[in-house]
Design a protein around this ligand. Sequence first.
Ligand code: FEO
Length: 174
Amino acid sequence: MLVPEVENALNKQLNAEIYSSYLYVSMAAQCKADDLDGFAAWLETQAQEEMTHAAKFYNFIIQRGGRVKLAGIDAPQVEWETPLAVFEDTLAHEQKVSAMINDLMEIAIDQKDHATQIFLQWFVTEQVEEEESVGMVLGKIKRVKDSAQGMYLLDQELGQRQPQLLPGTTTAAE
Ligand code: FEO
């Protein structure tokens, strides 16, 4: 049983995770337009992972007897000037999502909803990892600066990213 405050907050986060996926697809499209296929592949994988996050909220709301209420997804930004701008915005977005998860946790604590608190712990840990991985890419872009060869090698490296499987699953979408 979910109280309305928690159910609404979980639905809001479900929307935010889908928006995150939408945003990263838009960033990937910008990288594709710039012939940075490795950057694009990294962001496409990130977008897929965001949909697995959304699926976790979807499943949890239903499991707790709540009602999933889908809302409109805001249109993401379409153009970025540079890969540096893409990853600065990615880090800023992940920091925003971390704050949203913290706010959601506060609501669950206020409502004494222990099951939701335990569910959200996975996301608290995940956000630490997401900020770290995005920060590492951002750091590499800054080190490469304007070196065409450096960008070529970084593009190759980012294209190697493999989807992260959720614990206990065999496919990223499960
Ligand atoms: Fe699902 Fe990147 O936060």
